[in-house]
Design a protein around this ligand. Structure first.
Ligand SMILES: Nc1nc2c([nH]c(=O)n2[C@@H]2O[C@H](COP(=O)(O)OP(=O)(O)OP(=O)(O)O)[C@@H](O)[C@H]2O)c(=O)[nH]1
Length: 135
């Protein structure tokens, strides 16, 4: 019989500014992977499309207004995480309304993709950095 592992869908955005920098945020204490730098995003709720989830998360976490049509699929990661199986979908986004606000994370920073290599990030994100460097 095949193993049944619950899929855990998560969406994340590489917000890219005019200088080619990408926004990352630092996870707060008390959350899983606290202190690590990640792409803004979060879990896809039941009944939600990935794009709708990311539009919602960017508004909840950063107070940004983003159109689903401005989210471009880039790549994904697939790995076991805490007894479930994480499927992490990365989108690129170059258009949004507003200025990123610190509503959920402890810190935000804009970094060139090559600079992301210096930041501690969740294991699933490491291949994303190489992909963003090639974008
Ligand atoms: N947002 C985000 N989550 C990531 C990334 N990489 C990665 O492994 N994850 C994992 O994906 C999961 C996302 O959960 P989350 O806690 O951010 O989601 P959420 O905002 O919906 O959570 P909450 O409602 O519990 O606060 C976490 O286990 C997180 O560690 C990433 O780059 N961005």
């Amino acid at each position: 019989m095949p193993n049944s592992t619950a899929l855990f869908p998560v969406v994340a955005a590489a917000l890219i500014d005019d200088a080619g920098r990408v926004l990352v945020q630092q996870r707060p204490p008390g959350k899983q992977m606290a202190g690590l730098w990640e792409f803004p995003g979060g879990k896809v709720e039941p009944g939600e499309s990935p794009e709708a989830a990311l539009v919602r998360e960017l508004n909840e976490e950063l107070a940004l207004t983003v159109a689903a049509a401005d989210l471009y699929p880039v790549t994904f990661a697939s790995q076991a995480l805490s007894g479930k199986h994480l499927v992490l979908l990365l989108y690129a986004c170059r258009r949004w309304i507003g200025t990123p606000a610190l509503l959920d994370a402890v810190a935000l920073q804009w970094a060139m993709p090559a600079e992301l290599r210096l930041l501690p990030m969740p294991p699933a994100d490491a291949p994303f950095v190489a992909t963003l460097e090639r974008l």
